[in-house]
Each structure stands twice: as C-alpha cells, then as structure tokens.
Design a protein around this ligand. Structure first.
Ligand SMILES: [Zn+2]
Length: 485
C-alpha cells in the first residue's frame, strides 16, 4: 500500500519534471482565453473606488456604481461584469486627516465614511452585488452570479491610542477582512514606503506588533503593500498567518519604492503569502517606456520565476491610480488572461494567478483565527441570544450627543439574558444601562461626537457597537456606523 502510494507520487513528480512545461503549453494552446477567464474566480485585491463614490465635502455616498457613472470610473458594476471581475477588495483609504485639530478622530471618521459608502453601495445593488465577510460568503456570492465586494483598510492612522484593539474589533464587525497598517507615511504602528530604512523608527512599533497579533486572532489579512522594507520584514517575522501585498509590483522589472525586492519576495514565499501586481502605470514601467498589459505580465512572470506560481495575484488600484493605456478599466481584465495564455501558462496556473492564490491565503487566515477562537472559547456556553440595534446602518442623527439603544431578545421569562453589557463608540467602551422590562440596552452620549463649536472637527461618521456577554463568556455583538450633524 505504502509502496504503491510513494511509487505513484514519484512517477507523477517525474512526469511533471519531464513534461511539466511542455504540457502547460499544449493545454493552453487552442483554448480560448475568454473561456479560461470566465470560468476562473477573478479576484482583485485593491481598489479605491469608494473615494469617488462619496461627496467631497459631506463624505456621504452620492454615486451608485450599479448605475451609469462618470466616465472616469475605472470600476463600476457594468465594467466589472464585462471584465469578469468576480471578487474585489474595496479599500477605505486614509492617511492622517490633518485639516482639523482632532486628527485621530477625523481620520477614523474618514475610514468609516468610505466603509459606510461600501455598505450603502451593496444595499443599492442587492440583486447584483454582495458584501462578503468570509470565504463561504465569497463562494455563495459567486454562485449567485453576483459581484462580490470585500472591505479592506488602507492605512490605520486612527489606531495607536489606548483602545485600538476595541476599534479593530469594530472594523472587523463592519466587514474588514484585509488591512494595511500604513500608507506611504509613518504612524503609531509602523513606517510607510516613504520612510528610509536607516531612519529612526523605520520599522514596526510595539503597537504595530500588537495589531498584527490581533488581526491574526480576528481573521483579518495583513496587507504589507505600502510598508517600507524594515516594517515589511518586521511584519513577516511576527505574522502567524500568511500575508498579502494587495497592490505591489517588483523591483526586478521596475525598481520603485512601492515595489518589492527579490529579498522581500523570497521572504513572502517563506510566509506563504501572495503579491498582487499593481496596475499603476508608474509602478509597472520605467519612466519613458510605456506601461502595458505585456509589461504588467512581465511582473507576474518575474514572481513566478523567482518564488513560484503560488504567490502572485492581481491588485489593480482602480480609481486610485493611472492605468496602462491598453488596460484603462476593469472591462479590460480578460486581456491579462489572453497575455498569460500567449505566454504558455496553463489553465490551472492562470486560475491561481487570477484569484486562487489569494483565496488560499484568505482560507489560511480564517483557519488560523478559527483555531484561536476554539482555544479561547472552549469552556464557554453561549445562550445564543441576539442584540438588535435600534439604529440602521448610516442612520443620521440631528444631534451630536445621540441616545444609543438596542433591543435584547431575552429568555422570554423576564430574566436578564446577559451578565454584562457594553456600548462601544469609536473604540471607547461605555457601560450600557439594561432595562430588563423593556428589553433594551442604552447609552446616552455625553461627549459631543462632532466637536461642534470647537476647532476639533471629529467628522460626522462614528462606529457604534452593542455588546452582551453572558456568564459563560459567550459574546453577542452588533456594530453599525452612524452619521451625526
Ligand atoms: Zn495604495
């Protein structure tokens, strides 16, 4: 039995060694690239489309990408459909919002505004779009023929003070499944691509290490794309699950501060992670030479040659960057598959590049978080009761000190279903009042959420969580985003 098994394995390996390259070429030739593209899960790990969806001043969503959009939208649902784009990560991007004095609060509000815009977008397009928070939900959305959105953070500039774990948990509740701690500039967690490696504080901070641990625990993919090299290597040395570079090219084709060196790629392979090649013109080709699909696929080739087919994907940066001339928007995505076919990649390899590799990382991150959850909650007995916020996603309050309330479903015998309630606002926990008779938990905000009448404009968007924990430690929570004015 064992002998047969190992023989089979050996012979298969031998076959692969002898015929591997040839077989790949033979399979791909004559196979219409459009069929391969249509049948594959096409997954794009980064776009900035929500920045264009919101109004510049109010940050409220104003353009529905399910309808006709202004021509400059590189991604909308029509273009996603034409390009066969099944899954896209919609980033809530922010560096520090320095236009008012309460920088951290306003930065938090900006991230929430873009995340709210994504929830709004999905709500406007329920028939054709889904927001997925797990691999299972991604698969379900694809089966239903929907464009699947996943929420991500680009830049965690509001994190750092005391309650950042609480705040991260709120973002997880709101659907964030990938997060890059830094954009190009440094913050309390680490250093971005603009920070030289020899500078003081050029690496990951203690707070950054803590955040990575928490992302691994919750099941959020760590995105290393905008990090400088020191922060990148520090991150890979502490990450307990594979990481992603959601939109990065490679120095081997185009040396650039935003692209990854060979050393970084080799470390990424060790980690089991994936680099998703950025379409940004400037990161694809040297100045003076033209960025094209061909040049973009040169980056893919380079990664495959250096670290193998398992570690490369697509990260467009749509609506956040200038695209190659022959790849102006999402409708043109099949051209990448066409080029891969022309270069002799077989169907299986192409499926890995288009989405399979990033799905594998998401699965590994989910499984890691699942194991940790199992360990920490093995003794708790949940009552399975529910908390229903009396507040809708995106609800507008005409007061900056809102009364926050939620309904708690109890045992039906009037007994208090939970031992402990909290209401968390922007990462800060407050004790909630529980009215057993009414089945309500409430908190009256006493601090002005907007900072009206001061120079400290904290922004209109705020994250609110209602949480109940029973005696066994089992937790039930619901998180939403509110708008105060
Ligand atoms: Zn970016």
């Amino acid at each position: 039995m064992i002998k047969t098994k190992s023989y089979k394995k050996l012979s298969r390996m031998a076959l692969l060694l002898i015929f591997g390259t040839m077989a790949a070429t033979v399979t791909a030739v004559g196979m219409p690239y459009r069929d391969i593209h249509q049948n594959a899960v096409v997954m794009d790990m980064h776009n900035d489309t929500m920045m264009k969806v919101v109004d510049e001043n109010t940050w409220l969503p104003v353009i529905n990408i399910g309808e006709e959009t202004p021509a400059d939208f590189q991604l909308n649902l029509k273009k996603a459909g034409e390009g066969g784009l099944d899954v896209a990560f919609y980033a809530a991007y922010t560096a520090y919002q320095t236009d008012f004095s309460d920088v951290m609060a306003r930065t938090n509000s900006r991230s929430l505004a873009l995340l709210h815009a994504l929830h709004w977008t999905v709500a406007q397009n329920r028939d054709s779009m889904a927001l997925a928070e797990s691999l299972g939900e991604i698969e379900k959305g694809i089966q239903e023929g929907k464009h699947v959105a996943v929420a991500s953070l680009e830049g965690m500039y509001q994190f750092g003070p005391e309650y950042s774990k609480e705040l991260l948990h709120q973002y997880y509740d709101l659907g964030i499944r990938a997060a890059g701690m830094v954009w190009n500039t440094p913050n309390d967690l680490g250093a971005g691509a603009n920070v030289a490696n020899h500078e003081e504080n050029a690496g990951l901070t203690d707070k950054g290490i803590e955040m990575i641990g928490e992302m691994n625990r919750l099941g959020i993919m760590v995105d290393v794309s905008h990090m400088n090299e020191r922060t990148f290597f520090d991150t890979l040395s502490v990450a307990e699950a594979p990481v992603i570079a959601s939109h990065s090219g490679v120095d081997g084709i185009r040396p650039h501060v935003r692209n990854l060196s060979d050393e970084q790629l080799l470390q990424l392979k060790e980690n089991g992670g994936v680099v998703s090649i950025n379409f940004w013109r400037t990161a694809v080709a040297d100045p003076g030479s033209s960025a094209s699909v061909g040049k973009l696929v040169d980056h893919i080739d380079y990664v495959v040659d250096l670290i193998g087919i398992e570690h490369v994907g697509l990260g467009s940066d749509f609506d956040g960057a200038a695209m190659p001339q022959d790849l102006p928007d999402a409708a043109y995505l099949p051209k990448i598959t066409e080029e891969l076919v022309n270069r002799g990649y077989d169907k299986e390899a192409i499926e890995k590049i288009l989405g399979g590799n990033n799905l594998r990382v998401l699965k590994a991150v989910e499984e890691h978080a699942g194991r940790q959850r199992k360990q920490s909650s093995s003794n708790s007995r949940g009552l399975g009761l529910t908390i229903i916020p009396d507040i809708q996603m995106g609800e507008i309050f005409d007061t900056t000190k809102p009364l926050l309330t939620a309904t708690v479903a109890d045992h039906g015998d009037g007994t208090a279903p939970f031992a402990q309630y909290r209401i968390i606002v922007n990462g800060i926990p407050y004790e909630a009042e529980y009215d057993a008779k009414a089945g309500k938990i409430t908190h009256q905000m006493e601090t002005d959420l907007l900072g009206r009448g001061t120079t400290a404009d904290k922004g209109n968007f705020h994250a609110v969580t209602f949480e109940g924990k029973d005696a066994g430690g089992s937790m039930s929570r619901e998180t939403t985003i509110i708008y105060v004015r």
